[in-house]
Write a protein that binds this ligand. Sequence first.
Ligand code: SAH
Length: 397
Amino acid sequence: MENEIVVKVKSKLVKKYKKGYPLLTAESIENDKELTVEGSVFTLVDDRNQFMARGYYGKQNKGIGWTLTHVQDELINLEFFIKKIKHALNARKHLFGSPDTTAFRVFNGEGDGIGGLTIDYFDGYYLMNWYSEGIYSFRKSIIEALTTSTAVKGLYQKKRFDSAGKYIEEDDFVTGEQATFPLLIKENGVNYAVYLNEGAMVGIFLDQREVRRRIMENYALGKTVLNTFSYTGAFSVAAAMGGATKTTSVDLANRSLEKTIEQFSVNRLDFEAHDIRVMDVFRYFKYAKKNELTFEMVILDPPSFARSKKNTFRAEKDYTNLLKETIDITAEKGIIVASTNCSKFDMKRFKQFIEVAFRESDYNYQILEEHSLPQDFKTNPAFPEGDYLKVIFIKKL
Ligand code: SAH
């Protein structure tokens, strides 16, 4: 413990850290200059030099490290990582036992006690995301903790910590058996094609599992569905499996066309009966309006920030407008599924965007249901900004 760096919290923030706030920021401590080596362990003390927590230094876009324990004699070693990982695996037992769902999150960063690390499960294979050089420096112990706690067919990883906090392009295979891609996983009985070795995004966002299930089981039947910012078309597939009469997927990325065809095909759905467009969503809205197209369900799941040739979209500024465009092409009594993963605003503010959009469009609406992260994306109550997902099902009246 002698080589641990002691960092002192600014007195006005002592209360916050005592309550368990897990993220260390440069502004929150008196002596951030002393933290220089990624992965070094620090002790966090209050204004009277009393122990509050122990953590590690690792720069990522959000901060400069995470606290790991509030127990003074608990050390950060293999035993610590085994304890955390076993606990997390245990909490997902019901998912491991499910025949219908073979992909989910097994470790969700600070929610499971180690900020900067996530681990996902894909039908026997595991994928680790490292969000800083600091957490990556513990990889030997963390990988050992995982492989000794559960059966790992093969392990892949994403390093997401170049200077801009972006994914580092390289071979993501770590150990075990290589998977053959596409790896077919199941979610609520639906197949999805996943690639663990093709860049940061693997083909499906696991945090939307419940939303896809609701669309499939309770909303899609007999409806025409527009899926905007559709990526590989996972929402379109869920809707089609739920009996949508036709889906239209719109995404700017060229790769989205073949990826969406593949997601339809692995479920034996006829992709030619559906529309898949490589196009700017904002241009599609204009096209739809001009041609008087309307949809009985519209799914909105934009990135928090995106720049295309003609548009820059920032969720915190532009979501209201996106909704207004959507309201225009939603059929009477139609459903809008409004989703955002932007951590800059909370559910309350998201609802205000909805309120303003409908008021300015002169329509009434009714909120039918709300979703945040599913259970396997465990969050830390002391870190509300980690609960980033907000999804609202709205009926246009
Ligand atoms: N809804 C998807 C995930 C969306 S990821 C799912 O559930 O799987 C965000 C996607 O938005 C990316 O695929 C990106 O290519 C696309 N995108 C960003 N800006 C866009 C724009 N202006 N028009 C259309 N697609 C856009």
